[in-house]
Write a protein that binds this ligand. Structure first.
Ligand SMILES: [Zn+2]
Length: 128
């Protein structure tokens, strides 16, 4: 039986879709993830109903992992005038908040945080 290993929450921005897909394939996740592509990824995690969607994935498909993937020059953040390091710092706060909420409710879930640069490289962080 096919199993769903992960839920991926990333931004809807068309510029990042190919890179995200390729990165997930390189992790061996091809065909094994639910995919949520919404403005700002985990920004306003509860307020915009994103937690509920990840919970749907957990309940329906019994995922073991969640990937939160943000990116440079995200329109939902409108921080494009700031150096990318500052954009990352700001968005990382929201990723950490979302990760904490998930870990509180589902301690067995592994949560991974990643930030995509528009040149195509992706950095990963562990949850603080
Ligand atoms: Zn975006």
């Amino acid at each position: 039986m096919a199993t769903c290993q992960a839920c991926v929450l990333t931004c809807m921005d068309f510029r990042i879709q190919g890179t995200v897909s390729q990165w997930l394939h390189e992790k061996g996740l091809a065909g094994k993830y639910d995919y949520l592509s919404l403005p700002g990824a985990s920004r306003n995690f509860i307020e915009e109903g994103k937690l509920n969607l990840v919970e749907d994935s957990y309940r329906l498909h019994h995922i073991a992992e969640v990937y939160l993937i943000h990116h440079e020059d995200c329109g939902a953040y409108n921080l494009g005038d700031l150096p990318v390091a500052k954009q990352l710092d700001r968005q990382r706060q929201d990723m950490e908040i979302a990760a904490r909420i998930l870990k509180e409710r589902y301690p067995e879930l592994k949560v991974y945080l990643a930030f995509l640069y528009l040149d195509g490289h992706i950095v990963e962080f562990s949850v603080a």
